[in-house]
Each structure stands twice: as C-alpha cells, then as structure tokens.
Design a protein around this ligand. Structure first.
Ligand SMILES: NC(=O)c1ccc[n+]([C@@H]2O[C@H](COP(=O)([O-])OP(=O)(O)OC[C@H]3O[C@@H](n4cnc5c(N)ncnc54)[C@H](OP(=O)(O)O)[C@@H]3O)[C@@H](O)[C@H]2O)c1
Length: 267
C-alpha cells in the first residue's frame, strides 16, 4: 500500500510512525508532504519516508491520501489536490470540523473517510472516532481501520454528527486530564511538596486509578466508595467538589466543546 500524508506535524507524524512501526507501509511507499522547511529537513534527516514540500503528481500514485493539515490550510491543499486525485484513491481526513460533504465537493471526489484522533496517538495509545462516505466500500474501510488501529483504538460511527461529540470527549479530552492533573499537582505544592514529588504522587495515582477502572470488577461509584469512607478525608474532598459544582462544570465544559465543534463544522 502506498500512502501520502499531507501535513506532517504532530498528528500526521503520529500516524506515519505508527504505520511504520507495525510494517503497514514501507518507507519508500510513504510520501510525506510537509510545507514547513524546518519540519521537512528534520523528517529528511530522520529518513522517515519520501519527503517533499509540495503536492505534486506523485500524490496521485498512492492508494490513500491522509489530510492532516490544520483546517484553515485545507483551502490551499484542496486547490492543489483537486486535479491530482485519482478515482480509486481514498482520502482520510483527520482535520477537525470539515464535514465529509465539503471535502467531497472541494476535491470533486467521493471516497472520503473522516476521523478524529487524539494526541496519545503519538504513543500508539490514541482513540479515534471515524466515519465514512457511503461510497467507501467495506474493503477500503477495513484497510483504514487497520491503519488507524496502529495509533491505538478506534470506534466506527454511522452518524457523522457524532464526530463533534468525539472531538469534545476524546479529541480534546487529553487537555481535560492535564488540567485536573495540573490542579492536583498545585494542591500538592501548596501542602509543602516540591514540584517533582507532587507530580510523582499525582501521575502514579492517575496511572493506578486508570488500571483499577479497567481491571477491578467495580463500577465507578463502587471504586469511589472503596476510597471514600464515611466521615473521612476523601469524603471531605468530594464534598468540596460537589459544593463547587465540579462535576456539573466538567459536563458543561465538554458540551461547550461539542457546540464549538458543531459551529466550526458549519463554517
Ligand atoms: N492536535 C490534536 O490534538 C488533534 C486531534 C485531532 C485532530 N487534529 C487535527 O489534525 C490536524 C493536524 O493537527 P496538528 O496538531 O498535527 O497540526 P500541526 O502540528 O500544525 O501540523 C500540520 C502541519 O501541516 C503543515 N502544512 C500546512 N499547509 C501545508 C500544505 N499545503 N502542504 C503540506 N504541509 C502543510 C504545517 O506547516 P506550517 O506549520 O508551516 O503551516 C504543519 O507542519 C488538524 O487539522 C487538527 O484539526 C488535531
């Protein structure tokens, strides 16, 4: 399989490196198109694939074209791609907020898959929601699913509108956890730990809690109950969280992200 990646920043390279790691593509068959000179020089030095700085006819010789530029750069990209894309090529867009219909129209090409990954894809620990135009057949869909799964896990969504919810929940999600972790580290510092000790206590707690969520045969409420004894320390903290409306604020924040994702999709 030959793959072109247009825009080799954080996400484009997370995909490229995962494909290479699992031998899903050979370096000679991986065309990396990167506009930024600094980035393309670094990619050439790394020998990450065949690196070029502009979209040219060679892009039309691949099986799959991944669009991983920022959404605002799609305007210049579609003009360059429109006359190059071949009828059998599949487009995989990971650009936030650009609907399949718009990509199809601007490229004059029906075979479009749209995905929303998140940054842990850089470590092969991402989660990606994806959906596809009805013109994309099962063989192509399976191929793309296999590729996406090299970056972590994936969920296929029938309804494209739900990609806005994926954007709000898992696309933006890492930032929510960083936010909570940052606040917890700050609490540790205010109680007298230095930065690194506080960070160790918090990060290892997060890791342990993640594994208990996945491995203990308990609901989240039961897990909370197992830590929060009546009249104890955890209960004091949870009381304060509830008084401050923390849970409701988190839900409201995530819904605001969904509203914003929908606004952006509508242009
Ligand atoms: N980061 C996330 O958490 C996340 C999650 C899900 C989806 N996404 C989506 O993934 C896409 C990429 O995000 P990112 O964080 O990887 O952005 P990024 O690091 O800025 O990477 C985009 C790269 O594309 C290059 N580029 C721009 N126009 C180009 C062109 N015409 N041809 C070739 N290369 C071009 C940019 O170069 P310049 O810097 O010189 O412009 C930049 O190096 C975005 O559409 C975003 O919505 C991101």
């Amino acid at each position: 399989m030959k793959i072109a990646i247009v825009g080799c920043g954080n996400m484009g390279m997370a995909f490229a490196k995962s494909f290479l790691q699992y031998d899903l593509v050979k370096k000679d068959d991986l065309l990396l198109i990167e506009k930024s000179t600094d980035r393309s020089e670094a990619l050439k030095a790394e020998k990450a694939g065949v690196v070029v700085d502009t979209i040219g006819p060679h892009v039309g010789e691949t099986d799959l074209i991944i669009l991983s530029v920022k959404p605002q750069d799609f305007n210049s990209v579609h003009e360059a791609l429109r006359d190059i894309v071949q009828p059998n090529q599949v487009i995989l867009s990971i650009m936030a907020g650009i609907p399949i219909a718009q990509i199809q129209k601007k490229l004059g090409h029906p075979l479009v898959v749209r995905a929303m990954p998140n940054t842990p894809a850089m470590l092969g620990m991402g989660i990606t929601g994806f959906t596809a135009a009805k013109e994309v057949d099962m063989t192509n869909l399976r191929r793309i699913e296999n590729l996406i799964n090299a970056t972590g896990r994936s969920i296929f969504l029938e309804d494209e509108a739900m990609l806005d919810a994926v954007t709000a929940l898992s696309g933006s999600g890492p930032a929510y956890f960083y936010y909570v972790v940052k606040a917890m580290i700050e609490a540790g510092k205010q109680m007298g730990f230095d930065d690194s000790v506080s960070a160790l206590l918090v990060k290892q707690t997060m890791l342990g809690a993640y594994h208990l969520i996945n491995n203990a045969d308990k609901s989240l409420d039961e897990l909370i109950k197992a830590v929060a004894s009546k009249g104890g320390t955890t209960e004091a903290a949870l009381h304060e969280f509830e008084n401050g409306g923390l849970s409701d604020t988190l839900v409201a924040g995530i819904k605001a992200a969904q509203v914003r994702a929908t606004e952006l999709s509508k242009g």
